[in-house]
Design a binder for this molecule. Sequence first.
Ligand code: ATP
Ligand code: ZN
Ligand code: MG
Length: 537
Amino acid sequence: MIRFEGDVEYILSKAVPEDFKSLFTKKLIDEINSKVLLRGVSKKEEGARVVSYEFLDNLIRLKIRSGSKVRLHHAALRIKNYLAPILGKEFRIGIRDIILRNANIILEGSLHVSTSLPIVKEVRIEDKITIVSLTDLKESELKRPIIDRLLKLLDYKEKRAKWGGKVEHWRLIKKSVGKEPKFRDDPNIILEKIGWIKRYATGQWLYTPPITHLLRKFESLFIEVVLKPLGFSEAIFPKMNPLEIGLKTGHLRGTPHQMFFASQPISYNLEDFDEWIDYVSVLNKADPDHLRNFIKPPTYFICFAQCEPFYWFFGGEIIDRKELPIMWFDRSGPSFRWESGGLRGLERVVEFHRIEIVWLGEPEQVIEIRNKLLERYEYFMDRVLDIEWRWAWVTPFYLVHAGEIEEEKEGEIDINRPGTIDFEAWLPYKGSREDPHAWLEIGNISIHGSKYSEPFRIKHQLKDKIIWTGCSGFGLQRWFLAFLAQKGFDPDNWPAEVRRRMTRPPRSVRMVTYPKSKDGEKLLEEIELLLSKLPSE
Ligand code: ATP
Ligand code: ZN
Ligand code: MG
């Protein structure tokens, strides 16, 4: 747990009178330690304590140690507020300034903290403890939010380190019965081999008409079976977000290593690009290092979580209770994530398509909608797609840190509160169902509590009521892949509901040089023959 130590100096308008010294020793120091610095704390170690003091000319110097609740700088200010009236009324002395010297923030674990931060002097790691030393700070600086933000950051780092590098904790809550797969091969390999998808760039594919047809059918199947009956309406969200949005959602802090950023051009005048045009024309090179000179620093991040604009839209507004709950979904464009390694076929891509389902309302409404969605999801997975699935209650770090949920304890899981459920499907081509690596997260559903409604200031009409939000992501590529992985390409092996709604895909692309192999051509013919069992549009 975070601790502090440091020296606080109160600079007085006159030398410290002898009478004050004895009053301080006899009475004030006790008051400070037993009342002032413990106000509002339940455990003593969370408060602060003056461990020694001395008087030097016009200066009172206190050595203070403090816990997580009454932080050092707050303790310094509390003591000032306590002493100022006594010094003023009884001794006609004012407190001119406060200086915090030799302040150390002590954290558990070895943490990386940047010494480039303005108020950080030094960072030492000793024996599984990190000590952050601050520069000397004056009263005006103690009152600025920067020190609170630094403490919040350190608290975040300490908790994240304790979290053990895991992004989330995983506990099984429900699973389907075992279902004998109708297929064992890897659809990723097949789809590429038959030329239905072609790699465009790292983690990006071009989806040709036949697979696009099936993906779109799949998407509408989900909308018709799950979203429409519950009353969700479609909206179109922007896919490029101003950076400030990521500050409020927390993504700029939590996932900067996975985000794509976008820049505006340096100007709207083509003349300003003369040098660039010459360069490109003569060298015929698309050189990003050179391009850097003709674009502004990035001011956007590209769609990452997809629900960001939803919170923005209601942000700063007061919501009429009669309009609650609000239930929308967006499927208007792709999301982008840098996934570094681990990219494979449709399993993990850089550009993916998702139906993002979002809702907001009073806490009970948000929970109820999540539960209704769960019911429909289960029906969809179990009856409509008839796949082998499982659900896990995961505790994402971002919700723990936002203070929306406690870290998971052993025992009963109460899912009617903020938290996330991951939906996973078995991919038989990756191994047996006992192998954890043979399961893929295909979607998830979250109750955020006030994690977003608070920073975006989404207000309920009634003062004593609050707004919660929830979201759920249906990643099209992953659901489709999971279905193909368990059911294959033969419609005779598809469950009735899927078969009923699917129609024959348009002709596949063939060129002299495409698909790339004889094998691929043969396989394509076989698959086309299977799919010709489907009725045409
Ligand atoms: P993973 O743990 O597999 O990386 P995630 O926890 O990052 O997934 P979320 O941030 O919860 O995923 O995103 C919600 C949904 O978006 C996922 O369930 C999945 O359907 C889809 N999704 C996320 N990342 C990718 C990706 N790189 N490729 C394809 N789909 C993705
Ligand atoms: Zn979301
Ligand atoms: Mg991920």
